[in-house]
Design a protein around this ligand. Structure first.
Ligand code: NAD
Ligand code: WQD
Length: 337
């Protein structure tokens, strides 16, 4: 299939583009580079032996997207393009609603005009309401607590409404848990701008000496070691989940939702320890008060994705840390400009 990948130069999308190529699909990448760099294309090309088409532009530009869908005879779309920083979404909610909601509406309009019926959407475990028993199942209670999370929940609702009104479309929302790690080659990985918000890229920058020490946000949670627990999933497992979702969803009308997680929770200190083993040194950290808005624990029940998509995550926390370290140590400043 010819697959339009919006936000195609980003962290998860670039690994997914590679997985699509390995599966024999043809990804066409679209990005405005608000949070990525074109250099990732060289890395995909070196690994895949072929260079995907990259269209520079904005997913909110419906006419541009429609032209891309027609010109490249697109069969299906994977919609990654979004802003994703929770704290920034609280400070700049309009930017988030514009990019994430308006972007999706423009894309859906272009797909309708061009007759493209299959969409896979990057949703998030953040759509689940807090304080539910773990693991989280797809039919658990929903309720986001910040503007970023609300954009994801709103898009899920929009997709369900459109699919209910038009029985010819197939929309799949994938609720990612905590994507981490990098391609095992060490040539592709996560390249956050400025100081990372998320745990694993922060730890990686401590390991490489860019940051002095990790701040552990609270050790008084009701978890075995008192630190927050999350379901970290290797980005290559996540990428393969997208290929499974595209292969499953194409031609199957309706709206579908799947968790993409491992089903296992790891604490902050588990991650620090595993990363320390991967890089061969003890990583300095200090415990500071809890971060506002954090839950104690969050992990997936991935059984539905395994049953329906035939997909499950296979890579361990040790592999996630080893691959993240290979990427970080070989590319201490991320991708070149
Ligand atoms: P990322 O920032 O690396 O990738 C997003 C890409 O979209 C970037 O390349 C950015 O330049 C591009 N983009 C943003 N707005 C655009 C627009 N209007 N037009 C064209 N391109 C645009 O982030 P990621 O971590 O790879 O996340 C990908 C998707 O997965 C996002 O939708 C994100 O919300 C979702 N998600 C991420 C995580 C996570 O922890 N990384 C967890 C759950 C869900
Ligand atoms: C993980 C754990 C922190 C940084 C976020 C978004 C979520 C989704 C994934 C997009 C927590 C602790 C972190 C640090 C720390 N993104 N931590 N020191 O918060 O689970 O999820 O990314 O959809 O929407 O909210 O991930 O990596 O920020 O935190 O102690 O410097 O690490 O308290 O327990 P989170 P995270």
């Amino acid at each position: 299939m010819q697959i339009l990948v919006t936000g195609g130069a980003g962290y998860i999308a670039s690994h997914t583009a590679l997985a699509l190529l390995e599966r024999g699909h043809v990804p066409v990448l679209l990005d405005n580079f608000v949070n990525s760099k074109p250099a990732v294309l060289d890395r995909i090309a070196a690994l895949a032996g072929t260079r995907p088409v990259l269209l520079r532009g904005d997913v909110r530009d419906g006419a541009f997207v429609e032209q891309a869908l027609r010109e490249h005879r697109i069969d299906a779309v994977i919609h990654f393009a979004a802003l994703k920083a929770v704290g920034e979404s609280v400070a700049k909610p309009l930017d988030y609603y514009d990019n994430n909601i308006h972007g999706t509406l423009a894309l859906l309009g272009a797909m309708r005009r061009a007759g493209v019926k299959t969409l896979v959407f990057s949703s998030s475990a953040t759509v689940y309401s807090a304080d539910q028993p773990m693991p989280l199942r797809e039919d658990g209670a929903l309720g986001a607590v910040n503007p970023y999370g609300r954009t994801k929940l709103m898009v899920e609702n929009i997709l369900a409404d459109v699919a209910a009104a038009d029985p010819s479309v197939s929309f799949t929302s994938l609720r990612y848990f905590n994507p981490v790690g990098a391609h095992p080659s060490g040539t592709m990985g996560e390249d956050p701008r400025g100081i990372p918000n998320n745990l694993m890229p922060f730890v990686a920058q401590v390991a490489v000496g860019r940051l002095p020490r990790l701040r552990v946000f609270g050790n008084d949670y009701p978890t075995p070691d008192g630190t927050g627990m999350r379901d970290y999933i290797h980005v290559c497992d996540l990428a393969e989940g997208h290929v499974a979702a595209i292969d499953h969803g194409h031609g199957k009308a309706g709206s579908h939702v799947f968790n993409l997680g491992t089903g296992t929770g790891s604490s902050v200190l588990d991650v620090v320890k595993a990363f320390g083993q991967a890089c061969g040194k003890d990583l300095p950290y200090e415990v500071v008060p809890r971060r506002a808005g954090d839950v104690a624990a969050c992990w997936a029940d991935p059984a539905y994705a395994e049953k329906v998509l035939g997909w499950r995550a296979t890579r361990t926390m040790q592999t996630m840390c080893e691959d993240a370290w290979r990427w970080q140590s070989a590319n201490p400043n991320g991708y070149p400009d």
